[in-house]
Ligand binder design. Structure first.
Ligand code: FAD
Length: 645
């Protein structure tokens, strides 16, 4: 067989020509055609050519699935391009005409993720009936990192998270319990699908991150295994059969014992002991406290320890190991405590919006309706309504009436790009909930204290790839429903049962269709934190949908082919969700400050700038939807207490 024939045959075996992936991919290719660009561009060019990209592959956004989120998988090319125009100051260099909408709001919230939505809800709840607020967000749908994907596979509607995944039971009567109650989410009402097959039952998680035992671990070429080797629960079995050196096994066992024996290493967050922990990287801390070698950490724990923060242990503050525990919930055990909507915390965002604007999703505010009904986009931005959400609107500047005298200004002017035009409006106050990388560029005349603080924030990218499969018998044959690996794209995935309010299908078994989620992080151990994020972004931005799709299909074939997986037959669809600035990466000193200086986040949280306050999860330093809510609530409180008072 000729070379080109064998390549074509290999492509066919991978299913690279199959239907669902291709259908919408063609749409996005057409939209993006002619866009391998062309720099510099004026904002007019950019706005007129929304898919314009600098060296971005034409099939970048790829297939978006079906339903409310079909045009909003991750940061689409359009969202990313408009964001980069802010970074590159294109709007300032070539200012196009601006249309004044003539509107004035009591508050404009920049960013319609969970933090901005929570801020808007607090403003509406606590600000009195006359308060009018507007949320501006650059995506085609609200939610930010808390959005979902939908597939229809063989007649089944399947959902999966684009980013944010699970939540926990809150303490009764806590702020979070009251917040969930306010938005109509009763965590105790989550009942999940039963086992529905004649085959003996395997435990299934409620979220893709739960990873119930027995867990499969794949050891491939990195461990000299060709073909690769699957071991079930190797860590639980003392690593006996794991293809790793005896010395490393001994190190890992010792480290586990030390971990189990160690007491809580601090008395309260912020005390001298916790500051000491915060002054080290996770890697330094594990080497010092648990006796692990750098090599072991980088071979087996990247991203692993620190995976909730996007980078690896060499870059992150060791306090990251303890930060999630401080969030306070009744049960944070993956086995018993973690809960999830079928599309992750998109469910939370939908409930906040339904509470804020009751007509936004038809029907009563039940878990079932809010999950299954479609968003009524026309209801989101109705003239005169007390709460409004304006989508596909990229805010390019927020500036006080008098630039040098924010305290004398009666309003801020907010300018945003939408549908090829620039618009401006007035607001008596603003909450900046978009995140560090954008806020520092769009708030004009930000004082040096705030700018310095924001310059100490780093974010890293993440690709969330949702792979729909017609069945997961190939996992079942291995005796597992969850799998981990140490090379290639991502490092784990698992099959989930979904809550009954989301589906008419009451049971799940190995022949049921499902969505496997791959979380791909970009770590380059040894490089400075900023450089790791930047390198990762370049890889994320410059890899085409086609290349990621091929790599996913190849990897699944390598890992699961021997147990019956056939990419062409079993994968009806893949959606890529690209997040250029997904995770905050707290470096040593981030949480409690260093060299006698306060932590940068404290300045931004405690000191409003004129009529502007600051929200977004990154100010909390822990990527969790609860933090997003708390930061939004705090920023809205500052508006009511200090600015609109
Ligand atoms: C991959 C991943 C998995 C996660 N998993 C979990 C989990 O399982 N459980 C959990 O609790 N938390 C999880 N989190 C964290 C949590 O979901 C997030 O911290 C939270 O959703 C972020 O909300 P936010 O509003 O702070 O920011 P975002 O969601 O980023 O929202 C900010 C919004 O503002 C928009 N914006 C930015 N700049 C502008 C501008 N100039 N103009 C207009 N709009 C703008 C952004 O595009 C975005 O829509 C996860 C996060 C990620 C990335």
């Amino acid at each position: 067989m000729s070379d080109s024939h064998s390549k074509t045959a290999a492509k066919r075996a991978l299913g690279m020509e199959s239907r669902i992936c291709r259908r919408d991919f063609l749409n996005s290719s057409l939209l993006a055609s002619g866009s391998l660009l062309l720099n510099p561009l004026t904002p007019r060019d950019l706005l007129a050519m929304p898919q314009a990209q600098v060296n971005i592959p034409v099939d970048w956004t790829g297939y978006g699935g079906v339903g409310d989120y079909r045009h909003s998988n991750g940061n689409t090319a359009e969202v990313m391009t408009a964001g980069h125009a802010i970074r590159d100051k294109l709007y300032e260099q070539h200012p196009p005409p601006i249309v004044d909408t003539g509107e004035t709001f009591d508050c404009v919230v920049v960013g319609g993720g969970i933090s901005g939505l929570a801020a808007a809800l607090t403003l509406r709840r606590n600000g009195g009936d006359g308060l009018h607020c507007l949320v501006l967000d650059n995506h085609p749908i609200f939610g930010g990192e808390a959005k979902r994907n939908e597939f229809v596979v063989d007649g089944h509607r399947l959902m999966a998270p684009q980013g944010s995944d699970h939540f926990q039971f809150p303490y009764p009567h806590s702020f979070m319990a009251r917040f969930y109650d306010l938005i109509g989410v009763d965590p105790h009402a989550f009942k999940y699908q039963a086992w529905g097959a004649a085959d003996p039952e395997l435990p299934l998680g409620r979220t893709f991150e739960q990873m119930p035992q027995p867990q499969g671990h794949y050891f491939g070429a990195k461990f000299g295994q060709r073909p690769g080797l699957w071991l079930t629960d190797p860590f639980g079995r003392n690593l006996d059969k794991a293809p790793i050196a005896a010395a490393i096994k001994a190190e890992l066992r010792r480290s586990r014992e030390r971990r189990a024996a160690s007491d809580k290493p601090f008395d309260y967050p912020g005390d001298a002991k916790s500051r000491q922990i915060d002054s080290l990287t996770i890697e330094e801390y594990l080497m010092r406290e648990r006796g692990l070698s750098r090599e072991t950490i980088r071979t087996l724990m990247v991203p692993g320890e620190g995976g909730g923060y996007g980078l690896g242990p060499d870059a992150l503050s060791a306090w990251c190991l303890y930060a999630f525990e401080q969030l306070g919930c009744l049960d944070d055990s993956p086995e018993t405590g973690w809960q999830a909507f079928p599309g992750g915390n998109a469910g939370m965002a939908r409930h906040i919006v339904k509470t804020l604007i009751p007509e936004s999703i038809p029907g009563p505010r039940t878990l079932e309706n809010v999950c299954r009904n479609s968003v009524n986009f026309a209801a989101l931005d109705r003239a005169g309504a007390p709460a409004r959400i304006r989508l596909r609107s990229t805010v390019i500047s927020v500036e006080h009436e008098y630039a040098a005298q924010p305290e004398k200004s009666a309003f801020v002017r907010v300018t945003y790009a939408r549908d090829g035009n620039l618009f401006t409006l007035k607001a008596r106050s603003a909450v900046m909930a978009g995140g560090c990388w954008t806020t520092k560029r769009i708030v004009r005349d930000l004082p040096a204290s705030h700018l310095d603080a924001y310059n100490q924030f780093y974010r890293s990218p993440c690709l969330m790839a949702n792979v729909a499969v017609r069945n997961w018998r190939f996992l079942y044959k291995l005796g597992i429903s969850s799998a981990s690996w140490y090379e290639g794209l991502g490092s784990f995935t698992s099959v989930r049962k979904v809550p009954l309010f989301s589906t008419g299908v009451r049971a799940i078994g190995p022949d049921s269709p499902t969505v496997l989620t791959f979380k791909v992080l970009y770590c380059t151990p040894g490089l400075p934190v900023a450089e790791q994020g930047q390198r990762g972004r370049i890889e994320l931005l410059s890899t085409s949908f086609h290349d990621y799709e091929r790599r996913l299909r190849e990897q699944m074939t390598e890992m699961f082919g021997p147990s019956g997986f056939e990419a062409r037959r079993d994968v009806p669809g893949i959606i890529l969700n690209r997040w250029g600035h997904a995770y905050v990466n707290p470096q040593p000193g981030f949480f409690f400050g260093s060299n006698g200086q306060p932590a940068p986040r404290q300045i931004l949280r405690q000191v409003p700038f004129g009529r502007i306050t600051f929200a977004n999860t990154d100010l909390g330093g822990t990527m969790d939807h609860k933090v997003a809510i708390l930061e939004g609530h705090r920023a809205a409180g500052q508006i009511l207490d200090r600015i609109l008072a």
